[in-house]
Design a protein around this ligand. Structure first.
Ligand code: GTP
Ligand code: MG
Length: 476
């Protein structure tokens, strides 16, 4: 991670994906950007490149040993009015792999250095163009694949989250400065800060922070996909269902019981929300060591799912009860929804027979006091009712369709820092109740401030920065 705080040299990297494309962009940033690009690029008309005004485009040629390498368009941004806050240049060349490589080689031969992953954004952070939470949102924005995750990232990148944090930070600073004033006058035994007023202010901040901590559940789900576990006895058609939903042969299907040993997962987008489907090992009594591990994992996957799809086999109605009992004892109805599917109804069942199966499931669930979000007969093999199933899932996650100004915490680092902030504030709360001396209380508030500061990067270490920015792609 060495050198993550060093911004004195000039870096370059390809900003577009590797491989051939119509156009590719090569990015250069740092004090020598303009001089170095001037030495390899000649505009066709007008002033030399180094005399170009900021935010202008120039059309011209790049030569390699007097041979035309490419005709390119080059944009120039002078410090501090650029993404990184430094002098920056972007070369748009034709996207052949050869041209891209040769331009990079030319730049390196003039003394530039290849950028590390995320180094452009990291420089933007170090030059005060954005805070750490915003810089992290840039990475989230690039990797967001659904409307919901896009919205969260945009909101955070525009500074919505940072603003909320700064309001809370200010409240805490107000509180702590009142208390510290009190300490200065401690001999005179005055209380500038009315204790009940302090408590009120603290509680306001606490409820805000606990809201943000709570939002992580949803935020995480949006970022990584709503986890949907497909569970049931062996051979009920779980893997067939996964394949039907994904529209590809992702999991092995066979008539042998216990085919799926380890869970398999994949993400698809349903109405703008990512769902992560997890096919699990079928549940049955077994002595087979590997299968036992697989079944243990099934139970773990049930625990972390937002939605659990229980698959029942129409051919084996005698197994319905046991499956429902097992499910009931493994879910938490306060946050998990259960969708029960009766599978294989393509096997010549009359409508009456299907209805009977449905009502028997309903009555079993009723006896167990197990709330079913939905109950649906399907054929995974024939892919019937798949659109209906997707609508059911989509509705079950309605609250995931978030507005444009909602703040959701999606980053585990932020979640951790908020939890640490909360712990410190709760200590202050207890301290106020127990009339703990003011200087100890202020210490805990200072600690809370420290953890909030960690999120936006007011407190940073080289190691932390290296850790965050190394997860970016090169060129960003
Ligand atoms: N007729 C019919 N057969 C199905 C249907 N869905 C699955 N099957 C068959 O049922 C058998 C088991 O399917 P799988 O998808 O492997 O079942 P599973 O639940 O993943 O089984 P395990 O991984 O062993 O727990 C296969 O022979 C499938 O072709 C269906 O809707 N109709
Ligand atoms: Mg399977």
């Amino acid at each position: 991670m060495e050198g993550y705080l060093n911004t004195s040299d000039t870096i370059c990297a390809q900003a577009t994906v590797h491989g051939s494309s119509a156009i590719a962009v090569i990015r250069v940033s740092g004090p020598d950007s303009i001089d170095v690009v001037s030495s390899i690029f000649k505009p066709y008309k007008g002033v030399t490149f180094s005399d170009t005004k900021s935010h202008n485009l120039r059309f011209g040629a790049i030569y390699k040993e007097n041979e035309l390498l490419d005709e390119v368009v080059v944009s120039l941004f002078r410090a501090p009015h650029s993404y990184t806050g430094e002098d920056s240049v972007e070369i748009s060349c034709h996207g052949s792999i050869y041209i891209q490589q040769e331009i990079i080689f030319l730049l390196l031969s003039k003394g530039l250095r290849m950028a590390r992953p995320g180094e452009f954004s990291q420089r933007a952070f170090l030059n005060g163009k954005m805070d750490l939470a915003q810089a992290e949102a840039v990475a989230d924005l690039i990797s967001s694949e659904t409307l919901a995750s896009h919205r969260i990232a945009i909101q955070q990148m525009k500074g919505g989250f940072s603003k909320e944090l700064s309001v809370m930070r200010q409240s805490l600073l107000d509180i702590v400065s009142l208390m510290e004033l009190e300490l200065d006058f401690s001999e005179e035994d005055v209380e500038f800060a009315d204790r009940s007023r302090l408590k009120e202010l603290l509680e306001k901040v606490e409820s805000h922070i606990s809201g943000l901590i709570e939002s992580f559940k949803l935020g995480n789900v949006i970022k990584n996909g709503v986890p949907v576990a497909i569970v049931g006895a062996t051979n009920t058609g779980k893997s067939t269902l996964l394949n039907a939903i994904l529209g590809e042969e992702r999991a092995i299907v066979s008539e042998i019981h216990g085919t799926t040993r380890d869970f398999i997962e994949d993400v698809i987008n349903i109405n703008g929300v990512a769902f992560r489907f997890i096919d699990t090992a079928g549940i049955r009594q077994t002595k087979e060591a590997i299968e036992i591990i697989g079944i243990e994992r099934t139970f773990e996957k049930i625990k972390s799912a937002s939605i659990v799809i229980l698959l029942l086999d129409a051919e084996r109605p005698d197994g319905f009860e046991e499956s429902l009992i097992q499910l009931k004892s493994n879910i938490d109805p306060s946050f998990q929804k259960v969708v029960v599917l009766i599978n294989k109804v393509d096997l010549n069942y009359s409508e009456k027979a299907i209805k009977e199966m449905m009502s028997s499931v309903k009555s079993e669930a009723g006896k167990l006091n197990l709330a079913l979000y939905s109950l649906l007969p399907v054929s995974a093999k024939r892919m019937t009712h798949m659109d209906e199933l997707k609508d059911i899932l989509s509705n079950a996650q309605k609250n995931v369709s978030i507005g444009t100004d909602t703040t959701l915490v999606t980053n585990i680092r932020h979640y951790q820092a908020l939890s640490d902030t909360m712990d410190a504030l709760l200590r202050v709360n207890d301290g106020l109740d127990q009339s703990v001396p003011t200087d100890l209380l202020t210490q805990d508030i200072r600690e809370a401030l420290f953890h909030i500061g960690e999120i936006v990067g007011e407190i940073n270490t080289e190691e932390l920065l290296g850790n965050i920015f190394s997860k970016f792609c090169i060129g960003k």
